[in-house]
Design a protein around this ligand. Structure first.
Ligand SMILES: [Zn+2]
Length: 335
């Protein structure tokens, strides 16, 4: 069965999957990323792709799509700049094509996830769609008129770095104060918890057992158990999330916003429902209640499935056209 390989490149590990035309992952593999030195990362991508090719059968592969962090030159597949890897001008596509005999295409990881959700998940058939991924940071992407928005230099969709709390917000990894990412990511949730800690000396978050890992999952569990510190943290965090989401609605007026990423996979009652209420209160410039807020459907596979669809389309240049129905026909061309 013919397939395209999608690779999701993260800071600490990389996942690859052989994906069929109907968006199913038929084989997959993962490898840890130990060093961020470009050659070391390319070694790991090369190995994970070869593992999947060995499992799925080399002859049926139509191409490789890589979802990478950073701003990427769509003509050359060079990573212009990636803060996660501290890379400047790394020719990822050219480096990989020296080792892998299939065509390689590179697109930003959050845009890949948006494409995956649009073609096969929560945005299927929705011409006005947005994805927000809540993890260590916040990523995103927009579909408008059935096309993935790329911007004039592949920079559209960087929703994490619009400022929502300029006066008293947390300092962001980008250096600004009060970015959406600093306030409303998984890391933002932990920061809200730490800020409120002095008011809750009997918090179960502060008296946790040493084996309980300090993280957003622990806070979500404590909210479900009724811990007051966790509930106050969640309330402040979701207020910031709502502020950013309402801005995004004003930017592109999507029919659906899907919340993805690790933190996005939270029970609808706890996340999507209170978020909808707050967003409605903050939505003033477009009709209220038009944008549906839903949980993304593909989970952690969105990036791999979306990256594979870039390969299936025959490269990022094809993204300038409306996409519905295009992926059914495999294209085997180089960028
Ligand atoms: Zn920022």
């Amino acid at each position: 069965m013919e397939f395209a390989i999608g690779v999701d490149l993260g800071g600490s590990h990389t996942a690859a999957g052989a994906v069929t035309a109907d968006g199913k992952i038929i084989q997959q593999a993962e490898r840890d990323i130990i060093s961020h030195e470009p050659n070391a990362v390319v070694d790991e991508i090369d190995l994970v792709v070869k593992q999947v090719l060995a499992l799925a059968g080399e002859k049926d592969c139509i191409g490789i799509g890589i979802g990478s962090p950073g701003n990427i030159d769509d003509k050359t597949g060079t990573i212009n700049w990636s803060p996660n890897f501290q890379w400047t001008d790394v020719p990822l596509k050219a480096m990989l094509e020296k080792r892998i005999k299939h065509p390689v295409h590179v697109l930003n990881d959050a845009r890949c996830a948006t494409l995956g959700e649009y073609l096969y998940g929560s945005g299927k058939g929705v011409a006005e769609f947005a994805l927000i991924t809540l993890g260590t940071g916040i990523g995103g992407g927009f579909i408008s008129g059935g096309r993935l928005l790329l911007g004039s230099a592949m920079g559209a969709g960087e929703v994490g770095h619009h400022v929502i709390r300029p006066e008293n917000g947390f300092i962001c990894t980008c250096g600004k104060r009060g970015c959406f990412e600093a306030q409303a990511s998984g890391t933002g949730l932990l920061r809200h918890a730490l800020m409120l800690a002095p008011s809750f000396p009997r918090s179960t978050l502060l008296t946790r057992k040493p084996q309980d890992k300090w993280g957003s999952k622990m806070i979500r569990k404590a909210v479900a158990k009724g811990d007051e510190h966790a509930i106050a943290t969640w309330r402040n965090w979701i207020a910031d999330l709502a502020l950013g989401v309402s801005n995004i609605i004003a930017f592109t007026n999507p029919a659906i916003i899907a919340i993805g990423g690790g933190v996005g996979q939270t029970d609808e009652k706890m996340l999507a429902e209170p978020l909808k209420k707050l967003v409605d209160e903050l939505t003033v410039t477009v009709p209220k209640g038009i944008t549906r807020i839903v949980t993304a459907q593909l989970g952690n596979d969105a990036g791999v499935i979306g990256a594979a669809s870039v390969a299936r389309l025959g490269g990022t240049r094809q993204l300038s056209k409306p996409l519905n129905g295009v992926v059914a026909t495999p294209v085997k061309t180089k960028n």
